[in-house]
Design a protein around this ligand. Sequence first.
Ligand SMILES: O=C(O)[C@@H](O)C(=O)COP(=O)(O)O
Ligand code: ZN
Length: 214
Amino acid sequence: MNEPEARAELVRLSRSLFERGYSVGSAGNVSVAVADGLLVTPTNSCLGSLEAGRIAKLDGGGRHVSGDSPSKEVFLHRAFYETRPGTGAVVHLHSTYATALSCLADIDPDNAIPPLTPYVVMRVGRVRLLPYLRPGDPALGDAIRALGGACAAVLLANHGPVVAARDLRSAVFAAEELEETARLALLLRGLPARMLEPARIDELERAFGPGAGG
Ligand SMILES: O=C(O)[C@@H](O)C(=O)COP(=O)(O)O
Ligand SMILES: [Zn+2]
C-alpha cells in the first residue's frame, strides 16, 4: 500500500471505529507504517473526522516531518514497531469494556483478556496488563520494550487497550475482538466460566499463529 492509500485507509478505519462507539471525543490514536516512516493521528484529534493531509508523519528516526503534531502516545506506538518486526499498524482505544477491565483490582496481569473463545486467541493472543502511567509518559514506551515483543496487545491499567498487527485492518479487527472479549468477561464475571485449556490454545497457535491477525 502506498502512502496516499495508507492515509485514506487510516481515515476510513478510524472513522469506522468512532462511528461504532469504539472511541469517543478525542480519545484513542492510530498509527500506520509507511516506506519512509510512520503516519500517526494528530494529538487531540477525533478519530471520526481525521483529514488525510493533516495526519502527522514521522521519519524513521521518530522526527516529526509533516502534518499536525503527533499523538502524545507516539512513544507507545514506536515501541511496538521497534520490538515486533513485521508490525504495520498500532491502535489504541478507550473502548468501554476493555477499559472497565483495566480498572479492576483483581485481573490477572499476565492474562488480562481471558482466553474464552478461539477467535480471541487467534486475533489477539495473550494480553499483558501494564501498570498505570500518565498518558504520554515516555516510560510507557519502556514498559512495552520491556516485554521484548512477546505481546501483540496490552491493557494499560485504568486507561485502555493497545494492539499491534501486521496491517491496519488486522489491528482494527484485533482491537474489536479484544473489546468483545472484555465484554464477555464482564458478563461472565461471578459465573463459573470455562476458559480454553492450554492445550487448546497451543493447538490454535500452531494452526493460526500467535495472535493479532498473524
Ligand atoms: O488517554 C490519553 O490521553 C491518550 O492516550 C489518548 O488516547 C489520546 O491522546 P492523543 O492521541 O494525544 O490525542
Ligand atoms: Zn488513551
